[in-house]
Write a protein that binds this ligand. Structure first.
Ligand code: URA
Length: 247
């Protein structure tokens, strides 16, 4: 791999930032200063930036606390997307959302360029649990909870049995925690809609083994911890030998 590409991929920097670092003489390969971005690295070459070893990170795993108002899309010509909250290098490296949240939905959104993991987490066969908190119009009742548990029939499919727990119930507005194993378009809104309740606010709290940390404010992201990543991989049924270990 070219040295400038390696430097760009290993950190959150563009090729031109990498070129600037190279020109400044801050980069050494096997102890020797190298200023040429076109320098070809061999597998065992040791790259240092200002005396610190640089490791290539091929796969990235990020969680974002999505705020309302952004589209979940890699790009859109008319509307702002979640990508604008992540470093510019993410789009270039195809670190993309795993699944989607509606524009007005907030909460936990996973991003990765590990296609195998993303594919498995989204696979309808795998039924990864997701938890949401919803505010809805009208009074939720035990009959609504039972309807979720049975599986609500929509115009084009019957949802798998889900869990709905009422957090508060008022005449005009109620709040509930919902757990579903599917991720169909507008699924939560449609399930409540079928029972006569309009969702006025929706936030995702968990995605499989991942939980939105209380200390991650809307609009902020962070890398997954090792523990979070191994729990997700386990959930995705990735055996040791199948895992992309060079994260
Ligand atoms: N269900 C919905 O209706 N919307 C979302 O954004 C996620 C789940």
């Amino acid at each position: 791999m070219r040295l400038d590409r390696y430097l760009a991929q290993s950190g959150e920097r563009t090729r031109s930032e990498a070129a600037r670092l190279l020109r400044s003489g801050a980069v050494r390969v096997n102890g020797e200063p190298v200023r040429d971005g076109g320098f070809h690295l061999k597998p065992d070459d040791r790259v240092e930036l200002m005396g610190q070893a640089v490791e290539e990170k091929r796969y990235q795993y990020l969680m974002l606390h999505k705020p309302a108002g952004l589209l979940t899309a890699a790009r859109d010509s008319r509307a702002p997307t979640v990508m604008q909250l992540l470093p510019e290098s993410c789009a270039r490296r195809k670190v993309l959302p795993v699944g989607r949240l509606d524009k007005d939905t907030t909460g936990l959104l996973l991003f990765t360029n590990d296609g195998e993991l993303a594919h498995r987490l989204l696979s309808p066969k795998r039924h990864v649990w997701k938890t949401y908190e919803a505010t809805v119009t009208g009074r939720l009742t035990a009959a609504d909870e039972e309807a979720f548990a049975r599986g609500i029939t929509l115009s084009d499919f019957t949802a798998l049995p889900a869990r709905m727990e009422i957090l508060s119930a008022g005449e005009d507005e109620s709040r509930a925690r919902v757990q579903v194993r599917e991720g169909k378009f507008h699924q939560i809104k449609r399930m409540f809609g079928a029972l006569g309740h309009e969702v006025t606010a929706l936030s995702r709290l968990t995605f499989g083994a991942l939980r939105l940390p209380a200390e991650l404010p809307p609009g902020q992201y962070r890398e997954l911890t090792e523990e979070e990543l191994s729990a997700l991989r386990e959930e995705a049924g990735l055996t040791e030998s199948e895992r992309n270990e060079d994260a």
